[in-house]
Design a protein around this ligand. Structure first.
Ligand SMILES: CC(=O)N[C@H]1[C@@H](OP(=O)(O)O)O[C@H](CO)[C@@H](O)[C@@H]1O
Ligand SMILES: [Mg+2]
Length: 552
């Protein structure tokens, strides 16, 4: 370590940290570090250092550094680290990351030395860091800071440039498993997904109510650029019109805008009623579908819908294969109650609930042979364990299998190839949904008819200190402040099919309130009552501000 003088390698990063010292500590949360872009240079430098150390701790396995602020406004940026198997950074290293970012410039070298010692890192081991970024104009500058961190610790790096978050997860994983998952390049990734998609689709691009045409809202982010690249390879097998490809990122468009406002994005061309539309977010790891019917009514098909559609399709193929596999769906408390009922009562599938944040869902999903996990906001994927894949391959190759069993196992293998198992991937999820709708001969109305969502609302309440709220049981029960949950229970009881919960956001300085009930007017009352309760419990009863109503 003595040969590496961190403080002289990147003097500018020191400046930035000192300048930002008054802003207070920042935390590696559910979405890594995320804040205004001009506060992040020293954070990026230090994440370059950390990724290099993390890689050395795995004897040189690639570690990813993704520079993005996902669905946040253009002025924000952020950074997330990707672990060797393409998953999110392990929890204990999130805490190490937080400590490393918050030490003063003078203590930086000592903090790095401490990590090396505590984690028993061999500083002579190889280190490989893969770096990618979204389309924000400040991302290239921030990527230089990450690179300087890697250089400071004499690591190797590969710049992937502008990529979606799930692409970088795929690159890291496929590199570390020596190509067994795919070729770790953009061409390799697109080729893998498109080849499987085309094979499943066959020569007939349309089927029943399914039409080969959709509008794609790229949130003015990286998703639109990559979708154009997919289109070149799809060669008409999917007629996907890419919109919102060169404006301000996430501005009045994208999956988060569509989901939270329950309205279409701006920037789409005028299209016939019932046209299939899809929105992804700024870094293309979330996806939702929507359409406007002949009466001008907007209909959303969110992550809950996608999970149920995928699960029903996979279950059918598994049963046609004649194999026994344990499939489960993982949701969060934000899942619509009607979707949970549908999973339990109609699909007869196991359903689990975890805290918000995809890493929690992912960890639960890998407990199943096939784990389908989605947040209501459209972030999710499917994971298959190795025994499941082996069993399906065995069915395909066995002389004892019938033609139908072979066909189903072949389709399952192709479906697995379309799926990016490392993390939620908007384009991969969309290609899978398109495959399923095509195979069922469904339009979006057919899909919507599977169950009726309960009316629901999500609100944000700004309080003095959001951390006075503590929750348990997958964030559904509020244990602090004392008495809060009893009062929520009393309010919820007043409304038919009422359900509500509150939790401090992990990514914004607000308390989130979620409410649902059988009646749309009841939901408004319930959400308002709970929001006022949150405000009073946090700030004391007094003059309340006007609470902005936000539809989900
Ligand atoms: C209600 C909601 O959508 N919450 C989002 C949001 O987390 P919060 O902790 O609620 O701010 O951002 C997370 C990271 O993108 C995402 O995983 C999560 O689903
Ligand atoms: Mg995102």
């Amino acid at each position: 370590m003595s040969s590496v003088n961190l403080r002289t390698v990147y003097a500018f990063a020191r400046e930035m940290h000192s300048k930002n010292a008054n802003i207070g500590p920042i935390q590696y949360g559910t979405a890594g570090f995320r804040t205004l872009h001009d506060r992040l240079e020293y954070v990026m430098y230090r994440m370059g250092l950390l990724a290099t150390l993390r890689s050395r701790s795995f004897s040189g396995s690639a570690i990813g550094v993704m520079i993005t602020a996902s669905h946040n406004p253009e002025s924000d940026n952020g950074v997330k680290l990707i672990d060797p198997m393409g998953e999110m950074l392990e929890k204990s290293w999130e805490d190490i990351a937080t400590d490393l970012v918050n030490v003063s410039d003078d203590d930086l070298e000592a903090e790095v030395t401490k990590i090396v010692k505590c984690q028993e890192i061999d500083m002579n081991a190889n280190a490989n860091v893969y770096i990618g970024w979204d389309t924000r104009y400040h991302s290239p500058v921030l990527s230089r800071a990450v690179m300087n961190g890697v250089i400071a610790l004499k690591g190797n790096m590969k710049e992937y440039g502008i990529v979606t978050t799930p692409m970088l997860h795929y690159f890291v994983y496929s590199h570390n498993v020596k190509g067994a998952y795919g070729v770790p390049t953009e061409a390799g990734y697109i080729n893998k997904l498109v080849t499987a998609f085309k094979q499943l689709r066959g020569d007939n691009y349309e089927n029943g109510n399914y039409k080969n045409h959709l509008l794609f809202d790229g949130a003015n982010g990286v998703g639109s650029l990559k979708m154009l690249a997919f289109n070149r390879k799809l060669e008409g097998a999917l007629q996907c019109v890419v919109c919102n490809s060169n404006g301000k990122i996430n501005y009045e468009c994208g999956a988060d805008f569509v989901k939270t406002n329950q309205k279409p994005p701006t920037g789409l061309p005028i299209a016939p009623a019932n046209t299939r539309c899809v929105s992804v977010d700024g870094d293309a790891d979330r996806v939702v579908y929507f359409f406007i019917d002949e009466d001008g009514k907007f209909h959303l098909l969110d992550g809950d819908r996608i999970a149920t559609l995928i699960a029903s399709y996979l279950m059918k193929l598994v049963s046609e294969c004649g194999v026994k596999l344990n499939l489960g769906i993982v949701q969060t408390a934000y899942a619509n109650g009607a979707s949970t009922d549908y999973i339990k009562n109609e699909l007869n599938v196991n359903v689990a609930c975890t805290p918000t944040g995809v890493k929690h869902l992912h960890h639960k999903a890998i407990e199943y042979d096939i784990g389908v996990y989605f947040e209501a906001n459209g972030h999710g994927t499917v994971v298959f364990n190795q025994q499941t894949k082996d069993l399906i391959s065995k069915t395909l190759n066995s002389d004892d299998s019938t033609d139908d069993q072979k066909q189903a196992s072949n389709d399952l293998i192709l479906a697995i190839d379309i799926i990016n198992e490392t993390v939620g991937d908007a384009i991969s999820d969309m290609l899978l949904v398109e495959t399923i709708l095509h195979s069922k001969g469904w339009d979006l109305k057919d899909w919507l008819a599977t169950y009726d969502d309960l009316p629901n609302l999500q609100q944000k309440v700004k309080v003095k200190d959001r951390n006075v709220f503590e929750t348990t049981d997958a964030k559904r029960v509020c244990v602090k402040p004392e008495g809060m949950q009893d009062q929520i229970n009393m309010l919820v009881k007043k409304y038919k099919r009422g359900r509500a919960f509150v939790r401090p956001s992990g990514t914004e300085d607000v308390v989130r309130v979620y409410a649902e009930a059988a009646d749309a007017e009841d939901v408004k009352c319930l959400a308002a009552e709970i929001s006022m309760l949150v405000y009073d419990m946090a700030n004391g009863v007094g003059e309340r501000p006007v609470i902005p109503q936000q539809k989900l």
